[in-house]
Design a protein around this ligand. Structure first.
Ligand SMILES: [Zn+2]
Ligand SMILES: [Zn+2]
Length: 276
């Protein structure tokens, strides 16, 4: 029997999320029958990582809050012992050419961390590093002219996902690549993406994941985005991962209590039932 596990969730330490306290999330997870719940907050970013201070303030907690975050999650772990397993995690950004920053902030916590989701949220774009998942207009401004085509953007995105897998391979705890198809978040508001290109790049990740010991965050948040409407891990990737023995972990990516357990039915049908 597979553990009922939500492997990607957020907290009040996320400033584009919700102020709700973690017990609100955990009570809902328990009511839905979850047995393990990974808390994977966005960690701090290097100063000036994005040349937009207002946006920076929303993207991640300041570095000074990281110890408070860990203390809060440890308290939750203790308080919920016997009711649900709370796993201490982070959703690390893959910081292109700045991996040393991530290595430094992780170093004191390596023994305590149980789960790391490694996500590509940023690519080099117009004026420096830019978000790939902020808004469709911001995406266009950041990348369309700079890269000249969606095909070039998609290729660069997957090049970065491959670098993220290589970086993640060195981490000692359970680790997964976050929402591998995030580049499709705004697909219905952007020039068309070539499905065959995306599928080829996704399938090429599978042997790298297997070798690196990195799993996949089967992240259902894309269903909640009007311009996306799909899971960030499509069926073809799920099948190939299963054949290669790459772990597939459900991720609600909840940023508010009511999203705990979102689209679990889809995960059950597409991942668990297919496994049986
Ligand atoms: Zn977030
Ligand atoms: Zn993410």
């Amino acid at each position: 029997m597979t553990l009922k596990w939500d492997g990607h969730t957020h907290t009040k330490f996320c400033y584009h999320g919700n102020k709700a306290e973690t017990p609100e999330y955990l009570e809902r997870a328990i009511a839905l029958g979850f047995e393990r719940y990974t808390i994977s907050e966005h960690p701090p970013l290097p100063e000036g990582w994005i040349d937009n201070p207002a946006l920076m303030a929303e993207l991640a907690m300041p570095e000074s809050e990281l110890p408070d975050y860990f203390a809060y999650i440890e308290e939750m772990k203790a308080r919920y012992t016997g009711r649900i397993e709370v796993a201490l995690g982070l959703e690390m950004d893959y910081l292109y050419e700045n991996e040393a920053y991530s290595d430094r902030i992780l170093a004191p916590w390596l023994d305590k961390l149980e789960d790391v989701v490694v996500s590509v949220h940023y690519l080099p774009g117009r004026g420096g590093m830019r978000c790939i998942d902020f808004t469709p207009d911001d995406f266009k401004d950041a990348f369309l002219e700079t890269y000249g085509s969606m095909a070039n953007i998609v290729d660069t995105y997957f090049d970065h996902v491959e670098m993220a897998i290589a970086w993640a391979s060195k981490l000692p705890m359970r680790k997964r690549i976050g929402h591998p198809n995030l580049i499709r978040k705004f697909q219905q508001a952007l020039p068309p993406i070539d499905d065959a290109q995306v599928e080829a790049r996704l399938l090429a990740l599978v042997p790298k994941l297997a070798e690196a010991g990195v799993g996949v965050d089967v992240n259902v948040a894309g269903f909640r985005v009007a311009t996306c409407g799909e899971c960030y891990a499509p069926d073809a990737l799920i099948r190939a991962c299963r054949e290669a023995g790459v772990p597939l972990v459900y991720g609600s990516d909840t940023h508010r209590p009511e999203h705990v357990g979102a689209d679990w039915d889809w995960f059950e049908a597409h991942v668990l039932r297919a496994e049986a």
